[in-house]
Design a protein around this ligand. Structure first.
Ligand code: 13P
Length: 255
């Protein structure tokens, strides 16, 4: 079954409001002919509204890099799903490995965030991926099984069309070292199989699985041509218009 490619930029902790608006303005100029794929950018919280406004006549969607699970209250520093929607977000990235690594995110908190985001009408990109140590110990697929099941616990089949899974091997993030197409395809197939076990065999046919981890113009096409790779979650290369646009073109070519 044909799945529409999805190319998402995770800007991480980069860009002021002005830099963010400049970046999406230059992206829009580059992307006039790029309607064949879904595109999203996730600026830092402070720039979401300005980016959303700058994209008002564009098909590029806006997402957040994280979200909290409560609706409101005494949770200093947190941002609720409703606040993100209010600022223009359609998507939230949940469970990024940097949040798991540096900010104590667990499968349980990822799951709470998933439920809260979906309940508020956001779509979710949930990130899973093993560390180098886990891969070297032959445990990569066990980690993926656990993270996928943990993130999706208690969700229903009907939620799954609002969820995209990003496979982001931790050893490939920001390192310049990417998974080979074969490694990526195997991991994506494994994720799809796990979702099939949880929700029935039809769900993984339509669910998109993105690859993230040093995806660049030079390696995008070979990764995107893999049967189980439906797009990319791009960090560093999404901060440069020419590189992000080249990856989107690769997705169009691969689709
Ligand atoms: P890089 O593309 O910089 O490796 O980052 C990937 C990533 O973490 C996207 O969420």
């Amino acid at each position: 079954m044909a799945r529409r490619f999805f190319v998402a930029g995770n800007w991480k902790m980069n860009n002021t409001i002005e830099q963010s608006v400049n970046l999406v303005n230059s992206l829009q100029k580059e992307m006039r002919d790029m309607h064949k794929v879904d595109i999203m950018v996730a600026p830092p919280f402070t720039a979401i509204k300005s980016v959303y406004d700058a994209l008002s006549s564009s098909s590029i969607q806006v997402g957040a890099q994280d979200v909290f699970w409560e609706e409101s209250g005494a949770y200093t520093g947190e941002v609720s799903p409703m606040m993100l929607k209010d600022a223009g977000c359609k998507w939230a990235i949940i469970g990024h490995s940097e949040r798991r690594q540096y900010f104590g995110e667990t499968d349980d908190t990822v799951n709470r965030k998933m439920k809260a985001a979906l309940a508020a009408g956001l779509k979710a990109i949930v990130c899973v991926g093993e560390t180098l140590e886990e891969r070297d110990a032959g445990k990569a697929f066990d980690v993926l099984d656990r993270q996928v099941a943990g993130a999706l616990a208690g969700l229903g089949k009907e939620d799954m069309d609002k969820i995209v899974i990003a496979y982001e091997p931790v050893w490939a993030i920001g390192t310049g070292r990417n998974a080979t197409p074969q490694q990526a395809d195997e991991a994506h197939a494994k994720i799809r199989a796990r979702v099939g076990e949880l929700f029935g065999s039809k769900t993984p046919e339509t669910m998109r699985v993105l690859y993230g981890g040093s995806m660049k113009p030079a390696n995008a096409l070979e990764l995107l041509k893999c049967e189980n790779v439906d797009g990319g979650l791009i960090g560093g290369a999404s901060l440069k218009t020419a590189e992000f646009a080249a990856i989107i073109r690769a997705a169009i070519e691969a689709s």
